[in-house]
Design a protein around this ligand. Sequence first.
Ligand SMILES: NC(=O)c1ccc[n+]([C@@H]2O[C@H](COP(=O)([O-])OP(=O)(O)OC[C@H]3O[C@@H](n4cnc5c(N)ncnc54)[C@H](OP(=O)(O)O)[C@@H]3O)[C@@H](O)[C@H]2O)c1
Length: 266
Amino acid sequence: MITGRTKLLAIIADPVTQVRTPQAMNAMLSDMGKDAVLVPVEVSREGLAAVVSGFRNIGNFAGVVVTVPHKTAVPPLCDTLSDRAIAAGAVNVIRRDAQGKLHGDILDGEGFTRGLDDAKISVTGMAVFLVGAGGAASAIAFALASRGPKKITISNRTRAKAQALSERLSESFPDVEFCVGDDPSGHDLAVNGTSLGMAPNDALPFDPAGLSSGSIVAEVIMQPEVTPLLAAAEQLGFATHGGRKMLQGQLSELAKFLTQNMEDTQ
Ligand SMILES: NC(=O)c1ccc[n+]([C@@H]2O[C@H](COP(=O)([O-])OP(=O)(O)OC[C@H]3O[C@@H](n4cnc5c(N)ncnc54)[C@H](OP(=O)(O)O)[C@@H]3O)[C@@H](O)[C@H]2O)c1
């Protein structure tokens, strides 16, 4: 039950109606015995700075999950950032401390690689084709790189962002080969890290017909559960890995991060 002692958490997005985090996180908070509630908050790009700054002044506000389109705009609005958030240039979760300071981190990559672990997919030694260079894709690239793949090829509509991501990754992971390119052939795992696939008329992020046999196709998109990319890949006989597994992979990490130092209820 929500009382005067309940801590507030939010997920900010635009649009916000498609998010699945509130139901999953509220169930998890309840299982953890936390007197806290997470609510959806629709925030436009124009309103983002004012809303985030306002969180500092809400005494019982504990933190916020950040999603599309705000992840790359939030880092300068935080007081501190984790190393991986700095490296990815994006934040998907902020914890507010008792002094009103905002601490940003990104757990998307951990969620994605945990989802692969759960499906018994090991990226060690793999060649990975990653489409996207936004917040989620950047975090995924860093988490994948830390698992020892042989190579990561990054493809993105805005090529300069793919190039910049590849350069940041090369500095942090000198043993992995990074390149920018649009040809998915010759890779063991192909990942859609873009928002393409959410809207019914979206183009495919890449053509799975170009993949080499035995490749696995993975998604970040959760809704629809079977995206046009996954459907096309399945039809061609490739193994697939849906976006829901990424959310499941990071929910417990998000809950742990957001409830650090949060007063227990009992
Ligand atoms: N399953 C999960 O748990 C989970 C977690 C986090 C995010 N996601 C999903 O991941 C997706 C990306 O989120 P994000 O935070 O990374 O967003 P973002 O920072 O806004 O990045 C969006 C990415 O998609 C690309 N893109 C967008 N529209 C495109 C188009 N019409 N054609 C080609 N490329 C396009 C962008 O390319 P440019 O750089 O050229 O703009 C960029 O690479 C979202 O759909 C989100 O729901 C899922």
